[in-house]
Write a protein that binds this ligand. Structure first.
Ligand SMILES: [Zn+2]
Length: 260
């Protein structure tokens, strides 16, 4: 794998959401009603709150949705689409991809592509479920026409990966910007996290890095004080002149700007 990255002048924020609902819990913790209920907060409350906030600031972004979620919560996915957001791949039932055989993994991506295409005819992106890829994942996705991935942590700005001679854009992430880790695993204080996000944004701008990605889950960020800090962060970023982009926009921009 190799990469070449390009620089643009303005800070672009990828305010990305993983709408997992209870997919992973149904797969790995089907005998744990409390764990399932925590995930279902996204379906009952979180998603609507997040969509309302995004509408308020006219932000259009990307929701990574497991195929099983699109099958079981069709109306939720329709709401996401109707608000002008992009949906992108995120496994079928939020599988740990590195634990699957090659054939199982191909089946999972094929099935999810078929399901998500019922809602959005062109699919562009993918993000790792459960924080990991298999060694085959990107090769399988490139062959299926996916143009970007948002899973890796080896850079700070979008860049181009070459896999077996084919191109895929990487929209890098960093685990420390994942609300699930911050709030559901570490139970950090929302105000402390807000300060961190602002400080990260400032330091990236200072360093002339023009991309910042938050990974957010409606089950988690949809809780009131967390949604409030997200709104504060959006206002802060807007005051700094940042723009909010969908994954597909960032990917296409990267493909356009790339110099090989
Ligand atoms: Zn997820």
């Amino acid at each position: 794998m190799s990469f070449i990255y390009s620089r643009v002048k303005k800070m672009r924020i990828f305010l990305s959401f993983d709408f997992d609902a209870d997919s992973a819990e149904q797969l790995y913790y089907s005998d744990k009603p409390v764990k399932i209920s925590r995930a279902k907060f996204s379906v009952n409350i979180g998603l609507d709150r997040v969509l309302r906030l995004l509408r308020k600031y006219s932000i259009k972004t990307t929701f990574f949705v497991p195929g099983w979620v699109a099958e079981n919560y069709q109306n939720h996915v329709i709401k996401i689409i109707n608000d002008g957001h992009e949906i992108a791949l995120h496994g079928y039932k939020h599988e740990k991809l590195d634990e699957l055989s090659y054939d199982e993994e191909v089946r999972i991506h094929s099935k999810s592509i078929e399901i998500l295409k019922r809602f959005q005819s062109d699919l562009y992106g993918f993000r790792r479920p459960y924080w990991e890829l298999s060694k085959h994942t990107l090769r399988i996705l490139v062959a299926k026409g996916i143009i970007y991935d948002s899973s890796l942590m080896d850079h700070e700005e979008p860049y181009l990966l070459k896999i077996n001679g084919q191109k895929i854009v990487e929209l890098p992430v960093y685990d420390t910007f994942d609300d699930w880790i911050l709030f559901e695993l570490e139970y950090r204080s929302p105000l402390e996290v807000l300060n961190d996000w602002k400080y990260w944004l400032d330091t990236l701008i200072e360093e002339k890095v023009n991309y910042f990605c938050l990974i957010l889950h409606p089950a988690c960020i949809g809780r009131t004080p967390r949604l409030k800090i997200l709104e504060d962060f959006i206002q802060y970023a807007l005051r700094k002149g940042c723009t909010f982009k969908k994954g597909v926009q960032l990917a296409k921009e990267t493909l356009r700007n790339i110099k090989e």
